[in-house]
Ligand binder design. Structure first.
Ligand code: HEC
Length: 263
């Protein structure tokens, strides 16, 4: 009788101990995350082994922490293999060109032709002012291109340059610095590559429009500007434009010839 009583007591004691243990275990579990938070983990996250931009390093031999790009790296979407199309610059910069003679000959020929046609002095000097800029469009200009150019021009350029290109757009009438008229001789004779350069990189007070206007559309706008220029030429002087080898409306014959001579 007494032994069975004692057995029951011991059993009860065991159950009590077990319960107490379980409670402690649960508490420990709950506190576990805080334990990490207070100790090593927090320190590591706060004190990350990393380099700030331009910080020096004693790990690399050149003591720079920033690593140079591997030679030939091209960011996605930046493979601009067609230099003329993407920059409006000639494939070989004139300064580095071995056969400058050929080019000079071509330019001189062209200048003489323009001079003869226009009966004025040195209208072709603009090619010399912008020697690296292409003076032909990198793709054939169609009526569609010019229409696209007109649309883009009226959206992005007309506000300052005016719908007809005289530099009297609404923003200018409200006080912005007036741009030069497209109908000045200097801009009539500037190569198309110069216009591309201005749209792409900005020019003086004019900001770059590279972000707003894709390269194809830049060329289309230039084609439209050429059309605008032609539309404002005094009657009978269209030869001035076409001889320059840059008009989208004149026959492409001259352009092609020039391109061939230069290559
Ligand atoms: C916010 C007004 C503004 C807009 C928009 C603008 N331009 Fe201009 N542009 C100017 C000003 C101002 C100048 C003169 C800059 C200077 O000489 O400091 C200029 C100059 C130019 C020139 C002459 C560069 C030279 O050789 O003198 C060209 C070409 C030109 N802009 C083309 C464009 C085209 C194409 C667009 C549309 C994509 C455009 N601009 C949009 C204000 C503008």
């Amino acid at each position: 009788m007494s032994s069975s009583k004692e057995k029951g007591k011991r059993k009860k004691e065991k159950v009590r101990l077990l319960r107490a243990f379980r409670k402690r275990l649960l508490l420990a579990f709950c506190l576990l995350p805080f334990a990490f938070y207070l100790s090593a983990c927090r320190q590591d996250m706060q004190n990350q082994p990393k380099y700030r931009p331009y910080r020096s390093s004693n790990f690399f031999r050149d003591e720079l922490s920033g690593r140079p790009l591997v030679e030939g790296t091209v960011p996605r979407g930046y493979l601009r293999s067609d230099r003329e199309f993407h920059t409006g610059k000639k494939n070989k910069p004139v300064g580095l060109q071995g056969a400058t003679g050929i080019q000079n000959a071509a330019t001189t020929q062209q200048n003489t032709a323009v001079q003869n046609a226009a009966g004025k002095s040195a209208p072709g000097t603009q090619s010399a002012t912008y020697p690296d800029d292409v003076d032909t469009f990198p793709f054939p200009i169609t009526a569609e291109t010019v229409n696209r150019g007109q649309e883009r021009y009226q959206i992005f350029c007309g506000v300052c340059h005016g719908m007809t290109g005289y530099g009297d757009g609404m923003i200018v009438r409200r006080g912005f610095r007036p741009p030069p008229s497209y109908h000045d001789d200097r801009l009539r004779q500037a190569p198309v590559g110069h216009f591309f350069d201005v749209i792409t990189n900005g020019w003086g007070a004019m900001p770059s429009y590279a972000a707003q206007v894709r390269p194809e559309d830049r060329w289309a706008i230039i084609a439209y500007i050429r059309a605008l220029q032609l539309s404002q030429m005094p009657a009978g002087s269209a030869a001035q434009v076409s001889q320059r080898g840059s008009s989208p409306l004149a026959g492409k014959g001259v352009n092609n010839q020039t391109a061939v001579t230069q290559k």
